[in-house]
Ligand binder design. Structure first.
Ligand code: NI
Length: 191
């Protein structure tokens, strides 16, 4: 998921695939060798490339299919910014083979954007709280409970691993805006 700051240049370190590339619609494959992930040079290079690209684009998350790799690798990296001044600051969490193991029944609506869907914003429902299991980049099993904005980022990125984008979850015509219209509304008054 990305939150572009209009005043900053948008220069991804690696070209990000945009909607229409078939990889974005594929179900990504698991990392088979998590036990040896720390020594897996191509995997570590892919992770570094994802982190660099996400940072360069002022993103708060990224998934491997966006770089053309149909692998179950994603990053969640919330931080405060112009759009979400109260977003939690966190170190980026790299997740191999992430798995949603529990989710709250209650859903929250929220606006999302995506580097793979430039120029468009959509308001989509997400579970407010999620519990997830994954392996970190060293292959160690981990578990996390996230809520609110961070839970939203996780769900957005996990969708990429299933060949989905946030547009697929938009429920009403009025929940789809151009970036320019979104900015105008936001400046006016978005909650
Ligand atoms: Ni995205």
């Amino acid at each position: 998921m990305t939150l572009l700051q209009p005043s900053q240049p948008h220069l991804p370190a690696t070209p990000v695939l945009t909607l229409g590339h078939s990889v974005l619609r594929q179900v990504a494959q698991p990392i088979m060798s998590t036990a040896t992930a720390a020594k897996d040079r191509p995997l570590q290079q892919l992770i570094d490339q994802m982190l660099d690209t996400m940072r360069a684009a002022n993103g708060v998350g990224i998934a491997a299919p966006q770089l053309g790799r149909a692998l179950r690798v994603l990053v969640v990296a919330s931080r405060p910014n112009l759009r979400y001044p109260h977003a939690p600051q966190m170190e980026p969490v790299v997740m191999l083979n992430p798995r949603l193991i529990a989710a709250s029944d209650d859903l929250e609506m929220g606006w999302e954007g995506c580097l793979s869907v430039p120029g468009v914003r959509g308001r989509v429902p997400r579970h407010r709280v999620v519990e997830v299991e994954y392996c970190d980049r060293d292959g160690q099993p981990q578990r996390q409970v996230w809520e609110g904005f961070v839970a939203r980022i996780f769900q957005h990125e996990a969708d990429h691993l299933e060949g989905k984008v946030f547009l697929d979850r938009v429920q009403a015509e009025t929940d789809l805006l151009s970036e320019a219209a979104y900015q105008a509304i936001e400046v006016a008054d978005l909650p």
